[in-house]
Structure formats: structure tokens, C-alpha cells
Design a protein around this ligand. Structure first.
Ligand code: NAD
Length: 466
């Protein structure tokens, strides 16, 4: 006997997507959440981070207003208003939280507040209450990884949990960011543009986005950050922090030797780890791998216990909200007895919302060559694009990696609105389109998208402006 068709454990993007989608298919759903529905993405991640990136963009735009023919009154210099930026961000988060709560209510999803865990009989127990589902989906998410011996005090040494929820009355003057991945790059971009003296310390040989994107696009971001004043150190080994009255001293070593840096705040952004310790996995016979991720069959998202599924950051797939959404659909379709279309993990959309934005889908040039493809690559810079000039955002390029006389294998962007321009290339990669299929289609003039069309046309050996 089941109380619900589906019990969902965790109310972040994986959980609420599963609940909403299942409810829209007519299933009765209970969703257990110990904090607020919306999870990391809404309250401590994607949404607040992008709101702060937007504040930085407005500041850049206003600072550069003169160049666009808009005069500020004489002697007036724009300055960042950190509390106001955070207040606006909080308003957006609250509005989305209200909207999501209302949507769950309208879909008649029972939201149970508390910490849930699986029990041996397959139910989910929450504070003594037992919720029995015909199926269960684990969506317990992830938390920031810490560096052993480095205490996160939430004030001088923080993770993105705090950086997205600052209640400080002003920006720190000096920040060290440890880890140049997605979070590190996005916050380095925010802080640098808001005038904070920002140092990025990355353990790997490339200082900015060392893993993931094609080097050609990551390098444009790296150069742009450097040009704007970010101090970037690759191959950096960070030592034990020293707390002084005037700030935190960060010792680090690179090929150039040992250095010390004093800052007001250290942001630790060295990755995230899955939350799977206290969810009753062992009692319920749900296998957890050696890194702490829930083991799933990626064709169905089912765990080692039939009827129990897992999606989102608690499984070892790209830690992206939209991947969690897609996995939730796969799991629910399987619960409904249908044949789900599995996520093609090598071709998901990736976006880094830095200035300039970086986005990609599919193989990098290096990956395509390693995979043995006869590769053809064409690039088109935004420098000659009319719309980019009008925006004053000409740093960047489109790069298309294709198989010779074959389909698009990878699509890479860096530049203005790369986050939005990506989706045309995402379709091309996933539909295995030929560059000519896209090149024959018309791109509006003037538009940033023209750079995509031009790059695709170049594969024919002819070109317009390229
Ligand atoms: P990440 O894995 O993207 O980057 C971590 C970086 O830290 C790596 O480059 C790694 O080499 C470096 N590193 C590890 N240990 C280090 C050390 N001791 N010293 C210096 N460098 C070290 O992780 P993240 O940036 O923390 O992001 C976590 C997750 O959040 C990722 O899964 C990411 O996909 C997701 N996220 C996505 C977005 C987005 O899609 N725009 C934004 C933010 C976060």
C-alpha cells in the first residue's frame, strides 16, 4: 500500500522538477525538504550568483556610459552599492521562492518540512512520520567542498553559500579566490568588476576554467579578467591561512616560488560534494560509490534498489540545475512505465556567466582529436560583428568543431550573451546537424547570432564577412 505514487527526497531543482513533472502527469506526490523549496540553486547558487553578476554588469555599463554618449553629471562617479545589490538579489530569490511554492501547491504536491531518510522497507521517514511511495526519487544535492584544515568561518573564509548571501554593508576590499572553476571564475568576475582587488589561485596549470571548456574560449576569459585587473596564479599550492588583525594572510607557492598575500576575505571554491551520508541509503540497500555519489543506471536514473531513483548533484553527472531537471524527467518517465530518453551527458549545455560569458556543448577541439575524429575547426571573432560593436562588447569568438564532411561535434562561445546564443549550437550538436544545415539558414542582421551563421558558412570554403 502506498500513500503516494511518488515520494521525492529534497526540494532543489532535481526534486521540484520531479515533483512538478510527476504531478503534471497525474501522479500523487509528496516532497520532503528540510529548508526552503528551491534548494542550492535558488537560495545559495545559480540565481543569487547571476543577480550579483548582473549588478556588476550594470556597474560596468554605467561606468562606461560616457563612451556610449550618456554623460554623468560632472564630478559624479558611479559606485557599487553592495547592500542594494544584495537586496535586489534577495527580492528576486523571494519572488521565485513564492512562485515555486505556489506552483507546487497548485499541482497538489504535498510538501513535508523536515529531514527525510530512507528506511529498510523502502519508505521515507521524516521526524517519525512515514511516507510510503510507489516510487522514491533521491535529490539530496551537494555542498561546497572544504580544504582540510581550513576552517570556513563564514566571515573571513567563506564558500559560495556565504558569498551569495552577504549581509555586509560594503564589499571586501581584497579577496582571494581558491579554485578557478565555475564558481571561482564567476565570483572573480563580480569582484573584479566591482573594484575589489581580486586574486585567483588555481591548483591546475590553467588558472581559469582549467577543466571543461575549449582552451580557445577559456583563454579569452582569462585574458579579459587579467586585463580588468584580476591577478591569476595557476599551478598554485595554497598553504595554511594566518589570521591577522589587518586581514587573512594567504601563503601560496607557484613555479615562481613562495608568496604571501593579505586579503579581507578568502572564497573557497574547489568543487562540491554530494550529500548522501544521512539519507538511510545503506539501510535501504541503495549503493553509494566510493566518492559518495548515489550509483544509478543512467538510462533510467534507477538506483541499486528497484523503485528508488536518484537525480541531480547527488549522482556523478554534471552538477548543473538543468541537468537535474532533465534527469528528473528521465526518472519520472520510467516511474510512469515509459521508455525515457536518457540524458546525453557529453552534449549538455554549459554556461559560465562571467564577463565575458563562456558557453559550450559537445566536444572541445582537443577531445574530438583525442577521440580520433578527422576534425575541421572554424572560428569567428565578435570583433567584426556590428551588434557586438554597438554593445561595446567585442571580446570573444564562436568556435565550431566538426567532423570533416560530417556533423558539428562541438560548439564553443565566449562573448556577449553567449549564454543565450549557445542554444542554437546546442541543437546543432544534439541533432548532429552539418555546419551547412545551419549555414543555409538565415541569421538576422544585425545580431550577435550572425557570428554563428558566419562560422557555419565558413565550412563551405566560402564566406561573407569572415
Ligand atoms: P569546479 O569543479 O568547477 O572547480 C573547482 C576548481 O578548483 C578546479 O579548477 C580545481 O582544479 C580547483 N581546485 C581544487 N582544489 C584546489 C586547491 N586546493 N587549490 C586551488 N585550486 C583547487 O567547482 P566549483 O567552481 O566549486 O563549482 C562547483 C559546482 O557547481 C560545479 O559542479 C559546477 O558545475 C556548479 N556550478 C555551475 C555553475 C554554472 O553552470 N554557471 C555556476 C556555479 C557552480
Amino acid at each position: 500500500m502506498s500513500d503516494y505514487d511518488l515520494v521525492v527526497l529534497g526540494g532543489g531543482p532535481g526534486g521540484y522538477a520531479a515533483a512538478l513533472y510527476a504531478a503534471s502527469a497525474g501522479l500523487s506526490v509528496a516532497m520532503v525538504e528540510k529548508e526552503k523549496v528551491g534548494g542550492t540553486c535558488l537560495h545559495r547558487g545559480c540565481i543569487p550568483a547571476k543577480a550579483l553578476l548582473h549588478a556588476a554588469e550594470v556597474f560596468r555599463t554605467v561606468s562606461d556610459a560616457g563612451a556610449h554618449g550618456v554623460k554623468l553629471p560632472a564630478g559624479v562617479e558611479p559606485e557599487p552599492d553592495w547592500p542594494a545589490a544584495n537586496q535586489r538579489k534577495a527580492g528576486i530569490v523571494n519572488q521565485l521562492h513564492k512562485g515555486l511554492s505556489g506552483l507546487l501547491k497548485r499541482r497538489k504536491v504535498t510538501v513535508v518540512n523536515g529531514h527525510g531518510r530512507l528506511t529498510a522497507d523502502g519508505a521515507v521517514s521524516v521526524d517519525g512520520q512515514s511516507l510510503r511511495g510507489h516510487a522514491t526519487i533521491l535529490c539530496t544535492g551537494s555542498v561546497p567542498r572544504a580544504i582540510p584544515g581550513m576552517e570556513i568561518d563564514g566571515r573571513t573564509v567563506v564558500t559560495s553559500d556565504q558569498s551569495t548571501n552577504s549581509d555586509a554593508d560594503r564589499l571586501p576590499e581584497r579577496v582571494a579566490v581558491i579554485g578557478g572553476g565555475v564558481i571561482g571564475a564567476e565570483f572573480a568576475s563580480v569582484y573584479t568588476d566591482l573594484g575589489v582587488s581580486t586574486t585567483l589561485l588555481e591548483a591546475l596549470p590553467h588558472g581559469v576554467l582549467p577543466i571543461g571548456p575549449d582552451r580557445d574560449v577559456a583563454d579569452v576569459l582569462s585574458q579579459s579578467l587579467k586585463k580588468r585587473g584580476t591577478s591569476i596564479h595557476a599551478d598554485a599550492r595554497v598553504g595554511t591561512l594566518e589570521h591577522a588583525d589587518s586581514g587573512v594572510v594567504v601563503p601560496f607557492e607557484t613555479a615562481r616560488g613562495s608568496e604571501k598575500l593579505e586579503v579581507d576575505q578568502v572564497l573557497v571554491s574547489i568543487g562540491r560534494r554530494p550529500v548522501t551520508e544521512e539519507i538511510g541509503a545503506e539501510e535501504a540497500g541503495v549503493r553509494i560509490d566510493e566518492r559518495g555519489f548515489v550509483d544509478v543506471d543512467q538510462a533510467t536514473m534507477q538506483t541499486s534498489r528497484p523503485g528508488v531513483y536518484a537525480v541531480g548533484d547527488c549522482v556523478a553527472t554534471p552538477g548543473l540545475a538543468h541537468v537535474a531537471y532533465a534527469e528528473a524527467v528521465v526518472a519520472v518517465d520510467h516511474v510512469l512505465g515509459e521508455q525515457p530518453v536518457p540524458v546525453d551527458y557529453g552534449k549538455v549545455p554549459w554556461v559560465v556567466y562571467t564577463h565575458p560569458e563562456v558557453a559550450w556543448s559537445g566536444m572541445t577541439e582537443a577531445e574530438a582529436r583525442t577521440a580520433g575524429y578527422d576534425v575541421v575547426v572554424h572560428k569567428h571573432a565578435f570583433a567584426g560583428n556590428g551588434r557586438a560593436m554597438i554593445l561595446g562588447e567585442t571580446d570573444g569568438l564562436v568556435k565550431v568543431v566538426a567532423q570533416r564532411d560530417g556533423p558539428v561535434l562541438g560548439f564553443h562561445l565566449v562573448g556577449p550573451w553567449a549564454s543565450e546564443l549557445l542554444h542554437e549550437g546546442y541543437l546543432a550538436v544534439n541533432w548532429e546537424a552539418l555546419p551547412a544545415d545551419v549555414g543555409h539558414l538565415i541569421h538576422a542582421h544585425p545580431s550577435l547570432s550572425e557570428a554563428v551563421g558566419e562560422t557555419m558558412i565558413t565550412f563551405s570554403g566560402r564566406s561573407l564577412h569572415g
